[in-house]
Write a protein that binds this ligand. Structure first.
Ligand code: FAD
Length: 319
């Protein structure tokens, strides 16, 4: 399959449309997800990201009144969904690969599976703390930071595996994306230190960057300018999320540690229904995208978070 960086090169300056999808809750059918993706094929996304969801610790009340703590994964299936996307749509899937919940050996096995499936793109992330915990803890013999996982993938791309065998090892061929936060990662003390760690990810082998969602393009433009000034010249893909409910005015800043521009807050607050808020979100996003395209953003990457009819309306205006 084609690497994200090659897709960008081949687009020759024309903006690319792409999306991120989330696996269904365990026990739900894959049909809804694929049916949501289908109408977006009209805009020819060359790649689709599929998020990864690590284990969670939940308390399960028992008939005898006691509470049993169990470990579960609410949204399994990332690799299967990638395979389904390849076969149904002939589009390159980009599985998200996490440090959280994985030892290095498990990561290696995971990457080998992806390699055998012909998946050549990965988005490498640390992952958030396992719920309900508040701080991230690496698994035993696992990684604490995404930069370390980038290094492991870069090593495999050189044919260097863990516990080297006494024979030549076939190199993998992964194109590696990493995350960045124009408004700073919430755990970082300040922008400078966060930026230094991003530089580490790039130095260790990241091929492109995908940003956290933002609603004020100035954040993205400042961030790109800073990267370029510090010799980071890999593609920087803006992550976009159209507002779709009034509640998201409160939820998105809290979950993703970002600020909403006043104009957007006022426009959504004035809405009497979620349908109105959805339309405001569509209009805002179209405006955002037009500016990003004019500024040369290589890809417009939408976080669909479930239903994607609003993304379809936005893409119709742009592609
Ligand atoms: P890192 O780059 O490791 O950074 C994490 C924190 O540690 C930052 O504060 C950084 O400044 C700091 N840091 C980095 N290196 C060092 C170091 N060497 N020493 C000290 N501090 C350091 N989460 C999921 O669970 N599944 C997903 O599929 C998923 N997809 C995402 C997609 C995108 C585009 C984005 C932006 C985020 C996604 N996330 C996902 C969320 C992500 O896992 C969290 O934001 C996580 O808290 C940080 O991940 P990272 O890869 O940016 O971590």
């Amino acid at each position: 399959m084609t690497k994200i960086t090659d897709h960008i090169r081949q687009a020759n300056g024309k903006p690319i449309f792409s999306i991120e999808v989330i696996p269904p809750l365990k026990g739900d059918s894959l049909k809804n997800l694929l049916d949501n993706i289908e109408p977006l094929m009209e805009f020819k996304p060359p790649f689709i990201d599929v998020t990864y969801h690590r284990e969670e610790y939940i308390e399960q009340p028992q008939p005898d009144g006691t509470i049993r703590k169990i470990v579960t994964r609410k949204r399994p299936g990332t690799v299967g969904i990638c395979s389904a996307i390849m076969h149904r749509f002939n589009v390159d899937p980009v599985p998200h690969v996490l440090c959280g919940g994985f030892s290095r050996d498990e990561t290696e096995d995971f990457l080998i599976d992806l390699n055998y499936l012909g998946i050549d793109n990965v988005l490498v992330l640390r992952g958030d703390p396992a719920k309900p915990f508040k701080t991230f803890k690496a698994k035993e013999n696992g990684f604490a930071y995404a930069s370390e996982l980038v290094e492991q993938v870069a090593n495999m791309n050189q044919g260097v595996y863990l516990h080297e065998e006494d024979k030549p090892m076939a190199p993998s061929n992964f194109c590696v994306g990493v995350a960045a936060y124009p408004e700073k990662h919430f755990e970082a003390a300040d922008h400078d230190i966060d930026f230094e760690y991003l530089r580490q990810k790039v130095a260790k082998g990241a091929d492109y960057i995908v940003t956290q969602m933002f609603f004020d393009n100035a954040r993205y433009f400042d961030f790109v300018a800073r990267c370029r000034a510090h010799d980071i010249h890999i593609p920087i893909i803006p992550g976009l999320k159209p507002i779709s409910t009034r509640k998201q005015l409160e939820i998105l800043p809290r979950l993703f540690h970002l600020e909403m521009p006043d104009d957007l807050v006022q426009a959504v607050s004035a809405c009497e229904t979620d349908a109105d808020a959805r339309q405001v979100g569509i209009d805002w996003s179209i405006q955002q995208c037009r500016e990003l395209i004019a500024a040369g953003a290589p890809v417009l990457h939408f976080y669909t978070m479930g239903k994607a009819d609003n993304v379809q309306k936005i893409a119709r205006e742009l592609f």
